[in-house]
Design a protein around this ligand. Structure first.
Ligand code: GTP
Ligand code: MG
Length: 202
């Protein structure tokens, strides 16, 4: 899929104020600093569409970006940001939860996981929560440029083994790097195929 246009639409903390039309959307979620905003920029070929930072806690709102005028990428705040105040964490959790529970236009979540780390309870719990709420998701392993191919293979194998203790099948996954544009064509192709399917149904 060619990205012809990618534009910021709106930011807010309130799912009821998200765009009202029925265009399909795909939301990026995962721990703070895992690379959600960077991946949105990589996919759209825009360096500064989504705001990124070396410091965790950069994205604090639900951000809608419209792509090719017919679908949305949604950048969300990270979970598990240890330095956020208790109150801020609660607020985040509330509106992120509301977003996933209420947003009918959400076609799939992308749960981002840093490929360098062992499976973390916070990510596994979140995936389980999505499963319990019947929200489709794929896993996006990020920062693949930081590891050698062989190590990547081992880490994916570890992750699979852990997930298969919980899930009957390994969820759909992609290996990505924003700095090296790894996984771009695969991910855009995947989104494109879903969008096409939705068009034929409606
Ligand atoms: P929050 O908005 O705080 O939740 O973080 P985020 O998940 O949006 O992360 P962000 O995209 O802001 O990136 C965090 C840091 O990781 C930045 O310093 C990025 O440059 C770096 N980063 C993101 N993706 C990659 C990648 O694929 N490879 C490498 N090497 N660094 C990356
Ligand atoms: Mg961000």
């Amino acid at each position: 899929m060619q990205i012809k246009t990618a534009e910021f639409v709106i930011s807010n903390q309130d799912v009821d104020k998200c765009p009202k039309n029925n265009l399909p959307e795909y939301a990026f979620i995962g721990r703070s600093n895992v690379g959600k905003s960077s991946l949105i920029n990589m996919l759209t070929n825009r360096k500064k569409l989504a705001k990124t930072s070396r410091r965790p806690g950069k994205t604090q709102l639900i951000n809608h970006f419209i792509i090719n005028n017919n679908w949305y990428l949604v950048d969300l705040p990270g979970y598990g940001y240890a330095r956020a105040s208790k109150k801020a964490k609660k607020t985040f959790q509330k509106f992120i939860t509301a977003y996933f529970e209420k947003r009918k236009q959400l076609i799939s979540a992308f749960v981002l996981v840093d490929i360098r780390h062992k499976p973390q309870p916070i990510d596994l719990d979140f995936m389980q929560w999505l499963g319990e709420h019947q929200i489709p998701f794929s896993i996006l392993f990020t920062k693949a440029d930081k590891l050698k191919p062989k190590v990547i293979e081992n880490h994916i194998e570890d992750y699979k083994n852990t997930l298969l203790e919980i899930w009957e099948e390994m969820p759909n996954y992609f290996i990505t790097s924003s700095t090296k544009s790894i996984g771009k064509d695969e991910l855009l192709g995947y989104i494109d195929s879903i969008n096409n399917e939705l068009r034929t149904i409606s």
